[in-house]
Design a protein around this ligand. Structure first.
Ligand code: KG4
Ligand code: ZN
Length: 342
């Protein structure tokens, strides 16, 4: 069963054709990073306009590369929540037009459920329950996946997302945007114990996160170091900052896995590409007898394949949306779960 999946929730215009929720025939992702780089972050209005320019071309490419036609599709799925509202609306409008023109069912998909699903596309028989950490520029969410499409949200960020902290710190250090990969690479040459940055909420006893304090601590540290003329190597700042972020992510995720008796931990979202996060999480999980899974990078970051993938399962449970489907900036996976169950 072929499904076309569309995602325009943030700064990637993405479309993919997926068979039976797993076999990816095409997965086209057009990043807008070059457009936003000079502003040091995503500018929502520019993102929406760029999606408008790109969406038809990206859908055409996805169909072309898949070697299939609209007559071979069973449904059209689109991220309609959560995300940047103007950006989401472009994908939703495109999906509705295509569904109407080709007389195909339409499904509105929760973006976070798509991220969680990405691991199911590439790993056979993920054990239940498992704990999924979604970490990107826009999200930090820890969820227990109890069984297929049944979740308990354990915690999330109270302020910045983990990737956002990477991007802001990279900005203070003059490393450009986005900053995750640059900091990851620099950190490999630095001493993670050189500077003791705070680990906010590490002992809060819950699964909530806060990254804005780490970011601000780096900012003060750099300002002071510059004014006193004693700036340490940038590699040490990168490694010490990364150590603080990864420490909090790993310890809270491992604690959750322990409490939930999870035999697996899945990572997803752009920050799941981080080498230290992967290594530390795998090391810590080993001692629990649990295994860490993550998808390839083109399924970690925003993409249409994960949207078409989860839509396959929702289609089978009879979910359909009408042509008055709307977009929403917010949207919990729990509300989707209720829909999955009904
Ligand atoms: O999932 P994504 O492409 O977009 C959304 O935010 O939805 O994630 C992008 C984020 C950026 O904040 C980027 O700096 C971060 O992922 N990132 C990384 C790495 N690669 C990308 N963060 C840490 N280490 C990396 N290797
Ligand atoms: Zn995302």
């Amino acid at each position: 069963m072929n499904i076309l999946g569309i995602d325009t929730s943030c700064d990637e215009t993405a479309a993919a054709v997926v068979v039976d929720g797993r076999e990816i025939l095409s997965n086209i992702i057009s990043s807008q990073i070059d457009l936003h780089r000079k502003y040091g972050g995503i500018v929502p209005e520019l993102a929406s306009r760029k999606h408008v320019e790109s969406i038809n071309y990206i859908v055409d490419q996805a169909m072309l590369e898949s070697g299939t036609g609209f007559e071979d599709l069973r449904a059209i799925a689109v991220t309609n929540r959560p995300g940047l509202i103007g950006a989401l609306l472009v994908g939703v409008a495109a999906a509705k037009s295509l569904a109407y023109a080709h007389n195909l069912p339409l499904l509105g998909i929760n973006h976070i459920e798509g991220h969680i699903y990405a691991n199911f596309m590439v790993h056979d028989a993920l054990p239940f329950p498992h704990v999924c950490l979604t970490v990107s520029g826009g999200h930090t969410l820890l969820v227990e996946v109890q069984k297929e499409w049944r979740y308990e949200v354990l915690g999330g960020t109270l302020d910045d997302a983990a990737g956002e902290a990477y991007d802001k710190v990279a900005q203070y250090l003059g490393l450009g945007f986005p900053g995750g990969k640059v900091i990851d690479d620099l950190a490999k040459q630095g001493n993670p114990a050189a500077i003791e940055f705070p680990r906010p909420m590490l002992d809060s006893g819950d699964y909530q996160f806060s990254f804005s304090g780490i970011k601000t601590a780096v900012r003060y540290y750099v300002d002071n170091a510059k004014s006193s003329g004693a700036m340490p190597p940038i590699e040490d700042i990168a490694a010490s900052f990364q150590a603080a972020v990864v420490d909090v992510l790993v310890r809270k995720t491992i604690r959750a896995a322990q409490e939930k008796n999870a035999r697996a931990i899945t990572l997803t979202g752009g920050v799941a590409a981080n080498s230290q996060l992967r290594a530390s999480m795998s090391g810590a999980a080993d001692s629990l007898g649990a295994k860490v899974y993550y998808p390839p990078i083109n399924l970690c970051t925003d993409n249409g394949a994960m949207i078409a993938g989860i839509a396959y399962h929702q289609y089978q449970t009879g979910q359909r949306d009408a042509l008055d489907l709307n977009a929403s900036a917010s949207g919990s996976i729990l509300e989707q779960q209720e829909r999955n169950a009904s």
